[in-house]
Design a protein around this ligand. Structure first.
Ligand code: UDP
Length: 470
């Protein structure tokens, strides 16, 4: 009998690697051998911290951007074509070598925008499956965009008062749409956004051409039930929440979160959190990619000081290693009230009893982690899918409040302070959000336990892939 062996090809961003690692972990639990294939740029940083469970192997290849590609700062078309070319060769080599070693690859799973993987899979007659690392709602939005609703969606991008109503999705205004969808309209000259949209179009086209397209989505059945079932010809399978909850063990932190960290972190913040009252701390982080203007960072500082609550704030060092927090005008006052760190183990922070609210950019991993740990949010979206995620959190899951920008595109300190008060101040709205957050936490735990929807859906998927391979 052939042993199940899945190659999991992931882009090197933190937002893709984290769910890919959790998926690998679940598959290994089900007796599948997993090889994670990713680019050298991820290797540099993952090697520092990642623990490798038995049955998991890593393979790194060079996509020609070993220091990492920065969206908006380089030629996206060139990056995709290099990745395509070099990745395809590497993958073909790996598949051949695995077969020769008596350990044939029985399935391929790949994260977004890596359609080259599906093409290599086809040439070897191996089933391939997309791992969608955003909510199912976003998948639908793109699907509609490229299947007849594009004009309607584009028509609202220039008028914030217009709403678009699409089947099974919440009503959306331009501020709820993914940033590159807004900026890729014909009047915009944003080439990176247009390139990204084209890459999504190709992704959908590839799926449409497959005989039995399956998409693994990092969500759970109870969270987006209608959306998951809405596109008949594409099989969206909820295999989330892919959050390292099962490994959380605060007494033995080295075993706690099997995951990767693209950035160095310190650990003294855990002791600091231990010293705080239950539900009293504001956690602030904008994920691994978003870059805020200096003025915006100052406004956040003002908002935190104004709220008079202890805070833990992640400010990543800049590209050249500069610490932005050192330049903050009110650094001393900030240090008296809270703690600024360059990176942290976010799941450990979110699961800490002292956590009261998360001021977040609403990356999908961060959003799911909040749902998993029952933490209400102040939604402060920046780019990509984040505005749509914020819409879901505020109006569908009802676990957060979204900040409003001023005319200069800045969220002022007073507005940040107001939103923190809404969530943590004890008013009716905040109580409701906290209650909803606990409800989603219970449903997420239910989905993630053995025999829950994540377990069942993933097992069914593994069985199907096996049949397809035979
Ligand atoms: N993260 C972390 N420590 C930090 C900030 C972020 O471990 O200080 C993790 C977070 O738990 C999440 C991922 O990095 O799993 C960020 O992914 P997300 O989709 O939220 O945002 P992105 O970085 O892709 O914008």
């Amino acid at each position: 009998m052939v042993h199940k062996h899945i190659l999991l090809v992931t882009s090197p961003s933190q937002g893709a690697i984290n769910p890919a690692l959790q998926l690998a972990n679940q598959l290994i639990r089900m007796g599948v051998k997993v090889t994670i294939v990713t680019c050298v740029s991820a290797h540099r940083c993952m090697a520092k911290t990642t623990m490798t469970p038995e049955g998991l192997t890593f393979v790194f290849f060079s996509d020609g951007y070993d220091d990492g590609f920065k969206f908006g700062h380089g030629d996206f078309e060139h990056f995709i074509s290099e990745l395509n070319d070099r990745g395809s060769k590497k993958l073909a080599q790996l598949i051949t070598a695995s077969a020769e070693e008596g350990n044939p690859v029985t399935g391929l799973v790949y994260t977004m925008l890596q359609t080259w993987v599906a093409k290599v899979a086809q040439s070897f007659h191996i089933p391939s499956t997309l791992l969608w690392t955003q909510p199912a709602t976003l998948f639908h939005l793109y699907f509609y965009y490229f299947s007849g609703y594009g004009d309607i969606i584009r028509s609202i991008t220039n008028d914030p008062s217009c709403l678009v109503e699409l089947p099974v999705l919440p009503q959306l205004s331009s501020r709820d749409l993914p940033s590159f969808l807004v900026h890729s309209n014909p009047d915009s000259d944003s080439k990176p956004c247009k390139d990204l949209l084209l890459a999504i179009k190709e992704q959908l086209h590839t799926l449409n051409e497959e005989a039995n397209p399956r998409i693994l989505v990092n969500t759970f059945d109870a969270l987006e039930p209608e959306v998951l079932r809405a596109i008949e010809k594409l099989n969206l399978i909820a295999i989330g929440p892919l959050v390292p909850y099962a490994f959380l063990d605060r007494k033995h932190p080295s075993n706690s979160s099997f995951g990767a960290d693209l950035f160095q972190k310190s650990r003294d913040y855990l002791e600091w959190l231990d010293s705080k009252l239950e539900s009293s701390v504001v956690y602030v982080s904008f994920g691994s990619m978003a870059i805020l203007s200096k003025r915006q960072v100052e406004e956040i500082a003002r908002g935190l000081l104004g709220s008079h609550r202890p805070f833990l704030w992640v400010i990543r060092a800049t590209e050249n290693g500069e610490k932005e927090e050192d330049e903050l005008s009110c650094r001393e006052e900030l240090d008296q009230l809270g703690m600024i760190v360059p990176w942290c183990s976010q799941v450990e922070v979110l699961s800490h009893p002292s956590l009261g609210c998360f001021v977040s950019h609403c990356g999908w991993n961060s959003s799911l982690e909040c749902l998993m740990f029952g933490v209400p949010m102040v939604c402060f979206p920046q780019l990509f899918d984040q505005p749509t995620n914020a819409k879901l959190i505020e109006d569908v899951f009802k676990t957060g409040v979204r900040v409003t920008m001023n005319e200069d595109g800045i969220v002022e300190g007073e507005e940040i302070q107001r939103c923190i008060e809404v969530v943590m101040g004890g008013g009716e709205k905040g109580k409701e959000m906290n209650k909803n957050a606990k409800k989603w936490r219970d449903l997420a735990k239910e989905a993630a336990k053995e025999g829950g929807s994540m377990d069942m859906n993933l097992r069914a998927f593994v069985d199907e892939v096996e049949k397809d391979f035979i």
